[in-house]
Design a binder for this molecule. Structure first.
Ligand code: ZN
Length: 297
């Protein structure tokens, strides 16, 4: 039996996201950002003053958000990387990717320890291996790092920066790579964690200060904590909804685990049983995350 977390899970926001994703704690503004990819929206939540919560339109298909070192935010939209001013909502393209099909869109993304913005793509019509993982450097040059990805998802780096963890959802695995911090290139791919079939699919993830991975289970109704060195599951957080998409640590001590969820893929009947699907949840933990890296470009 895997230990269940003994802290209560809270509903932070009944945001009814079609596809809530990409939570990010901004240590400069002490607020949480997350996206609703299918509603083309960026959500902002300030725990100190929820009256200031906002939703910004960011079309088409905003899929990830990171702080930008020079101010504001950087995001991925369907076809590339953009700068976003969270106060005005203004979007400015930083770099575009050329794809063979317009049924490809960006998905999850995050910065490496040197402030390079990694984000991957996926087919919008469920075709396998049409996606890639990209890296946007501070110089704004863009490089395709991995090809033949199906649904590019969670990214996390070990605290020394020498290991990259990466999820391609249909593979039901978390891969580990040796990561070369100076070149920004992964190598030596191996399976670190296998998600059992009855637990759904791995989606987004985050890493804590002890180097353990927290993984959201799409179709599995839970977040789990794992040791990627041994591939063992350490902890389970049960949610009242099945489409659990991603998680990140936030709050003043970075000890609050924020969890995003979705409504897409659920029937009317399932939605009646899961009225909070698409909401933002949170739970206090005995662990802590590390501050999100900003994009240095
Ligand atoms: Zn995802």
């Amino acid at each position: 039996m895997i230990a269940q977390s003994d802290f209560p899970l809270k509903l932070v926001k009944d945001s009814k996201c079609q596809l809530g994703e990409g939570p990010l704690w901004d240590t400069r503004r002490n607020c949480l950002y997350w996206v609703d990819i299918l509603n083309h929206a960026l959500h902002m939540h300030d725990p100190a003053d929820p009256h200031r919560d906002r939703v910004l339109q960011a079309e088409p298909y905003i899929s990830s958000v990171v702080p930008r070192h020079s101010g504001g935010l950087a995001v991925t939209l369907k076809d590339g990387y953009y700068a976003l001013d969270p106060d005005s909502g203004k979007l400015t393209q930083l770099a575009a990717v050329a794809t063979s099909s317009d049924r490809i869109r960006f998905n999850d993304g995050k910065c490496d320890p040197r402030g390079r913005y990694f984000a991957g793509t996926m087919s919008m019509s469920n075709e396998s291996r049409q996606g890639s993982l990209y890296r946007l450097d501070p110089s704004l040059s863009i490089e395709s790092i991995l090809q033949g990805v199906s649904i590019s998802n969670g990214l996390a780096w070990s605290s020394d920066g020498n290991t990259l963890y990466y999820i391609d959802t249909p593979e039901r695995s978390v891969f580990a790579f040796d990561y070369d911090l100076s070149s920004g290139l992964p190598s030596n791919r191996r399976v670190a964690i296998r998600i059992p079939n009855e637990q759904g699919y791995p989606d987004g993830m985050t890493i804590d200060t002890e180097g353990m991975l927290w993984i959201a289970h799409w179709g599995g109704g839970q977040v789990t904590r794992w040791n990627p060195e041994t591939g063992t599951q350490l902890l389970r957080v049960q949610l009242p909804v099945s489409q659990v998409t991603s998680c990140t640590f936030g709050g003043p001590k970075l000890s609050t685990l924020y969890i995003t969820t979705a409504r897409t893929g659920l029937s009317e009947k399932e939605l009646q049983k899961q009225p909070l699907a698409g909401g933002l949840f949170a739970l206090e933990t005995r662990h802590a995350g590390t501050p999100a890296m900003a994009f240095l470009g």
